[in-house]
Design a protein around this ligand. Structure first.
Ligand code: GDP
Ligand code: MG
Length: 162
């Protein structure tokens, strides 16, 4: 069956931007209610002829929950549903307490975790990538969802984990 890859990370790190980038089209689900647009959370993507299902856990509506619970439930969903987890963090804001919290939660799974350091838009930010080794999930991969850079190496690591 087709492998499942989940995007996990605190709000605003760029999960939806990366989701759209990886599926190669700009997508949203427009509900029947006028003016209501929801992020799409499931799509099929591929890399080097390997297909996978992508889940943007940030699009799962948990808006009634406090931030910490939203992030916790999203990580739980990823750990249950996914074969590989892409843990998204941001070079702009650097390592935060919530990132460390998610990292600790993800340590409880035996599933592969690949760290994507998003918003690495320039070479100076590239240096910050190494700070994220501290999350304890191996080599962090610098990407820019806005510019579309760095996804080759990230996806190589993802499909190598299938
Ligand atoms: P999500 O909450 O994790 O889904 O994050 P979004 O994809 O909605 O992105 C949050 C904000 O970060 C938006 O304003 C994006 O335009 C911005 N963003 C996403 N990727 C990048 C990036 O690579 N570089 C920069 N500078 N901004 C980005
Ligand atoms: Mg989002």
């Amino acid at each position: 069956s087709i492998p499942v890859v989940a995007l996990v990370g605190r709000p605003n790190v760029g999960k939806s931007t990366i989701f759209n980038r990886l599926i190669g089209e700009r997508l949203s689900i427009v509900e029947d209610v006028p003016g209501v647009t929801r992020d799409r959370i499931y799509a099929t993507a591929s890399w080097l002829n390997r297909e996978f299902r992508l889940i943007d856990t940030g699009g799962i509506d948990l808006s009634d929950e406090p931030l910490m619970n939203q992030v916790r439930y999203q990580a739980e969903i990823a750990m249950e549903e996914a074969d590989v987890i892409i843990f998204v963090v941001s070079a702009r804001e650097g390592l935060t307490d919530i990132d460390e919290n998610i990292a600790n939660q993800l340590h409880r799974t035996h599933k592969p975790v690949v760290v994507a350091v998003n918003k690495t838009d320039n070479p100076e930010q590239r240096m910050q990538t190494y700070d994220f080794y501290a999350l304890g999930h191996g080599e962090p991969f610098a990407v820019s969802g806005s510019h579309g850079t760095g996804f080759g190496d990230l996806l190589d690591a993802v499909v190598a984990s299938f």
